[in-house]
Design a protein around this ligand. Structure first.
Ligand code: G3P
Ligand code: CA
Length: 284
């Protein structure tokens, strides 16, 4: 009788181990597929929105370069997060009141050395603010870009100019994502070119929930959402992901939080440290 149990127990153990092995393999696959977005470039380690920070992000295995857009007085799209130049350059004033020539005179790197002394590097001094055109010229048409229309109400025509450059530089639209907090800006992009994939950014809201109606509305024009990671719960993540939307929270800079969000089901994330997310994806 005892002998009969041996194959049964063996089979159960083998089944459990195969199933466990399958789960591990699936988890590893899931980690590998997480989209790693270099937020403003590798901006934890180099001055944000400079070509140096974007190159560093690429080297650190960031899949996408994230580019925030502002527009100069003479209509050039530049890579900058704030409407004012004050925080990230040695200048002062609003981008909308400055020409590209004036923007190009600014030093976009020294502030970083002074603020983040542990990462300071003499090569960061005197870096210029890049135009979107220069970003495309530097990284080419096959790079994955994650471009945000910032303050579109301040810059009428920024969506048209973005599309003009995307088309002029023959940017691969399969690898392009355009994001915005402004639903109007995304809907405008969708009307101008329905082949461009869009992501709706969502600002911080304490105890936030998202309704089926909200999700269905977003799905009419966007393929995903980008919420602030600090208000996410597993339930919120599951609600969004099970609807078929991509979910790329911002801005996640700690490995434990990265792992938690991946385990909850996010499909990618923005990080100032693409090197850390790369390690997490590798199971380190
Ligand atoms: O685009 C995702 C995230 O960058 C949104 O916040 O303020 O860093 O542009 P912000
Ligand atoms: Ca952004």
């Amino acid at each position: 009788m005892k002998g009969k149990w041996i194959p049964v127990v063996g089979a159960v153990a083998l089944g459990l181990s195969l199933s466990f092995g399958g789960d591990v393999a699936m988890a590893k696959e899931k980690y590998k597929e997480i989209v790693n977005v270099s937020h403003r470039g590798a901006s934890g380690l180099a001055p944000e929105h400079t070509l140096v920070a974007y190159k560093m992000g690429e080297k650190m295995h960031g899949d996408y370069i994230e580019v925030d857009l502002q527009m100069t007085k003479d209509g050039h799209l530049i890579a900058m997060h704030d409407e004012r130049v004050d925080r990230t350059t040695d200048g002062t004033g609003l981008v909308k009141d400055m020409t590209l020539e004036e923007i190009k005179e600014l030093d976009a790197g020294t502030w970083f050395n002074e603020t983040y002394t542990q990462y300071a590097n003499p090569n960061f001094e005197d870096l210029q603010v890049p135009t979107l055109e220069e970003v495309f010229q530097t990284f080419g048409k096959n790079k994955s870009y994650y471009i945000e229309t910032k303050s579109p109400d301040v810059y009428p025509g920024m969506e048209e100019e973005l599309l003009r450059l995307v088309n002029e530089y023959r940017i691969d639209k399969d690898k392009l994502l355009v994001q915005s907090f402004s639903k109007e800006s995304l809907i405008k992009m969708n009307e101008l070119d329905p082949t461009v994939k869009l992501v709706q950014l969502l600002s911080y809201r304490a105890n936030a929930e998202i309704s089926k109606e909200d999700i269905n509305e977003i799905k009419e024009y966007a393929i995903g959402v980008g919420p602030n990671h600090t208000y996410l719960t597993e339930e919120y993540v599951q609600t969004i992901v099970s609807s078929g939307l991509e979910l790329h929270p911002y801005t996640v800079n700690e490995k434990e939080r990265m792992k938690q969000l991946i385990d909850w089901g996010v499909t990618g994330m923005f990080t100032n440290f693409p090197n850390l997310l790369h390690e997490v994806k590798k199971g380190k």
